[in-house]
Ligand binder design. Structure first.
Ligand SMILES: *Cc1c(COP(=O)(O)O)cnc(C)c1O
Length: 428
């Protein structure tokens, strides 16, 4: 495949490259195993002396084709699919952190990732320090320690919608000798390619826009190939020193720019095993084939909804970086010039009761624990994902009690606005 293809063409034709007589459409390799003729052939695969498929927990041709498409979309050297976005973020960190290590993360991240980092990683002996991504470089740098191994952030934070100053945080990470890992779920490579701004590793919950139809939970880990692990060989000994589980193989020596993503596949996936099912990878690939068409429509519709809400006097506030005057408008213009995503948040005057009445009266928009679906979806974190928290705790967690998370779909924008209008009437 040509290296300089446009994103639109990669969405449709990237990844699966059929040869003469092979299926035009990506086949589902619904097989756990792959056949070899001699014992020696199989042995070489286990020693990583030859590349080839032998067991789907490590690699499967359907998954690899979809991973290759995602890698091409992000401009990376390689990618790996995981069973969920949670697994992708866990692997991204665990591939370079072990007990006794530390990493830095921005505070404005997805709740599931926050729990993973603050509670579960801690049990594994890996410590995290959370920083405000809008703080000064000097302030953020104070979070780094000699044993810090990574800096993690989201391009567009879920659900806070903060837009990351990727160049700024990449500069900070690199000044501290660690890679920048960016969760690019909400922007997708159609609207932002973090590697172009200095990120080293990108993760995705493909469950969101990449699938786009709310059918399949999945994740992806993408390697830019740009981070120089050997320059900090002591710090990243998992990549630069012999791996006992492969007879002393050294990833940076054997795989060069592919060291990080190869280790994630042949070591972490082998041992931890949260592989994407090939059937699910097929569905994600169908989603990817229309990603370049859906993202602009999500953004166009969300912009119309945001503008409509911002003019209604019953609406207390609206957060969407496409709105002039939004805290993140300027960063949005820089990093997301073609649009951010379909998700916006807003609050209603009168607070929680009105928000609940409003949501209960929506007809086209459905109350679901999901975002980034073709169908318009809505969630009230204070009543759902964060319902155990008091109002004071909600505010401390950055989730206003009146916050409504509205994920604008790709239906007709006027129909979505009509639905909001009639539900607002009934809420007061
Ligand atoms: C949903 C989400 C995740 C977790 O992904 P799952 O596929 O649900 O495991 C991680 N990061 C972000 C930004 C998300 O929106």
């Amino acid at each position: 495949m040509k290296t300089k293809q446009s994103l639109e063409t990669i969405c449709i034709q990237g990844g699966w490259q059929p040869k003469k007589g092979e299926p035009r459409v990506l086949p589902i390799y619904q097989s756990t195993t792959f056949k070899y003729d001699t014992s020696e052939q199989m042995g070489k695969l286990f020693d990583l002396e030859e590349s080839g498929y032998f067991y789907t927990r490590l690699q499967n041709p359907t998954n690899d084709a979809v991973a290759a498409k995602i890698a091409a979309l992000e401009g990376g050297v390689g990618a790996m699919l995981t069973a969920s976005g949670q697994a992708a973020n866990f692997y991204a960190i665990f591939n370079i952190c072990s007990a006794g290590d530390h990493f830095v993360s921005t505070t404005a991240i997805y709740g599931g990732t926050f729990n993973l980092f603050a509670v579960t990683m801690k049990k594994l002996g890996i410590a995290v320090t959370f920083v405000d991504q809008d703080a000064s470089e000097e302030e953020i740098k104070t979070a780094f320690r000699p044993n810090t191994k990574a800096f993690f952030a989201e391009t567009i934070a879920n659900p806070g919608l903060a837009v990351l100053d990727i160049e700024k945080v990449a500069k900070i990470a690199h000044s501290q000798g660690v890679p920048l890992i960016v969760d690019n779920t909400f922007a997708t490579p159609i609207n932002c390619r973090p590697f172009e701004w200095g990120a080293d590793i990108v993760t995705h919950s493909t469950t969101k826009y990449m699938d786009g139809h709310a059918s399949t939970v999945g994740g992806a880990l993408v390697d830019s190939g740009n981070f120089d692990w050997d320059a900090y060989a002591d710090k990243f000994s998992g990549l630069t020193a012999p791996d006992d589980s492969y007879h002393g193989l050294i990833y940076t020596q054997s795989f060069g720019k592919m060291a990080y993503i190869t280790k994630a596949t042949v070591q972490l996936m082998r041992d931890l095993g949260s592989i994407q099912a090939p059937n699910n990878a097929f569905l994600i690939n169908l989603g990817l084939e229309s990603l370049h068409l859906r993202m602009p429509r999500h953004c166009e519709n969300a912009q119309k909804v945001a503008e409509y809400l911002s003019k209604d006097e019953r609406v207390a506030w609206v957060h969407y970086c496409g709105l002039k005057g939004d805290t993140y408008y300027e960063l949005g213009q820089k990093y997301l010039p073609n649009g951010s995503c379909g998700v916006l948040t807003f609050g209603l005057k009168g607070g929680r009761e009105n928000s609940i009445r409003f949501m209960d009266n929506l007809q086209l928009a459905a109350i679901v624990t999901h975002v980034a679906d073709a169908r318009t979806s809505v969630l009230h974190p204070a009543s759902h994902t964060h319902r155990q928290l008091s109002d004071e705790q909600l505010i401390a967690a950055g989730v206003a009690p009146d916050l409504i998370r509205f994920s604008v779909g790709i239906e007709n924008a006027n129909d979505i606005i009509d639905d909001i209008a009639q539900a607002l009437e009934k809420a007061y």
